[in-house]
Design a protein around this ligand. Structure first.
Ligand code: 3HC
Length: 311
């Protein structure tokens, strides 16, 4: 079969909801899109550990500390699943990590903001993991088998992350005046960057139309963002704090919320490396990678020795 016939057969499989597996023929652009998306997803999980780890030693009590430790460890595991999923596309992990460290690969905008108070840990679990769940539940139906299966496992853990975050927010909102103010301050700072997590609007998304055709994406950026807003506004009413958007208003006709303009200049700034914490996050990742060099070398030496013994 020639390239055109192969592409036709590939698209028929995707359209018939047959999962694409690593050994299947696939268009190179499909492969490259998956490497880009899955590796950036993995980078996001690993970098995402940094803002929260800042509060492991500052958690208000042992129960909160244990839950936060478990969450941060989960994120590390999510990163490893996703790097393994990306490696099935014939790219090695070292290359992926180098792309993160040299700045050629992205990670989610959201992890470039500071965690200033304990309420930020609640807002991250509630809003950031809440937004991630919207996207990841959709990705359980993605056309690439290893990615779809990784998502099933990750989503189970993500829902615990979201619930523990929301429970922190409920506790603060039912606490002292200062605690409720802290929760409001966190919502005010994390709301808009959380909406940006879903990516640019559909009209500005460079990858969405092809990703939807290949069923890598099953819903658009705007659809998921809107669904997140609808669910989160109801949860916010229960907390008794205010979403920082004066234009947020229920639209009876559309049966969804109208909301204010997202600051896409801020988004572009942050994802091009100029956010509040980009330099700090990358410094921490480069140092961790350097400090872990001896572990990687020891593991490789051990593996090599085992291989020689087996020969
Ligand atoms: N942060 C950083 N870059 C973003 C972004 C974001 N929130 N949203 C979009 N971009 C980038 C894209 O990577 C692309 O740039 P590139 O070509 O250099 O890769 C560009 O903006 C155009 O955006 P598109 O919408 O056209 O790109 P995609 O089709 O890739 O859609 C996406 C963006 C919806 C984020 C998609 O990549 C996706 O679904 N990724 C998987 C989910 C993911 O990565 N989530 C990150 C958070 S993980 C997390 O939160 C962990 C949790 O445990 C807390």
């Amino acid at each position: 079969m020639n390239e055109i016939q192969l592409e036709e057969q590939f698209q028929q499989k995707v359209d018939a909801e047959i999962k694409i597996e690593p050994k299947d023929w696939m268009p190179d652009k499909y492969r490259q899109t998956l490497i880009r998306q899955i590796s950036q997803h993995a980078h996001s999980e690993i970098v995402g550990m940094l803002p929260e780890s800042n509060w492991i030693t500052r958690a208000p009590n042992l129960r909160r500390k244990v839950a936060l430790l478990a969450k941060v460890q989960d994120e590390a595991g999510h990163g490893l699943y996703l790097y393994s999923a990306a490696e099935t596309l014939q790219i090695d992990r070292q290359t992926l990590v180098e792309q993160l460290l040299d700045g050629t690969a992205k990670y989610s905008n959201i992890f470039n903001y500071p965690t200033l108070t304990w309420a930020d840990i609640g807002a991250i679990g509630w809003l950031v993991d809440g937004a991630a769940i919207m996207n990841q539940v959709m990705l359980q139906r993605t056309s690439y088998g290893p990615y779809s299966r990784a998502m099933v496992r990750i989503c189970k853990e993500e829902s615990f992350h979201q619930r523990q975050g929301y429970e922190i927010m409920i506790t603060l909102c039912n606490g002292t005046v200062e605690q409720k103010e802290m929760a409001q301050d966190a919502l005010t700072r994390w709301w808009w960057p959380s909406l940006m997590m879903f990516g640019p609007s559909d009209k500005d998304s460079v990858h969405s139309s092809q990703s939807m055709k290949w069923k890598i994406k099953r819903e658009s950026n705007d659809f998921l963002r809107q669904d997140f807003i609808t669910r989160t506004v109801e949860q916010t009413k229960h907390l008794g704090i205010t979403i920082p958007d004066p234009n947020l208003k229920w639209n009876e006709q559309k049966q969804e919320y109208d909301f204010g303009e997202i600051d896409w200049e801020e988004f572009k700034n942050v994802i091009s490396g100029n956010g509040p914490c980009n330099a700090e996050r990358m410094k921490a990742r480069r140092e961790a990678h350097e400090n872990g060099k001896w572990v990687r070398e020891a593991a490789m030496a051990y593996a090599e020795k085992r291989k020689q013994k087996a020969v």
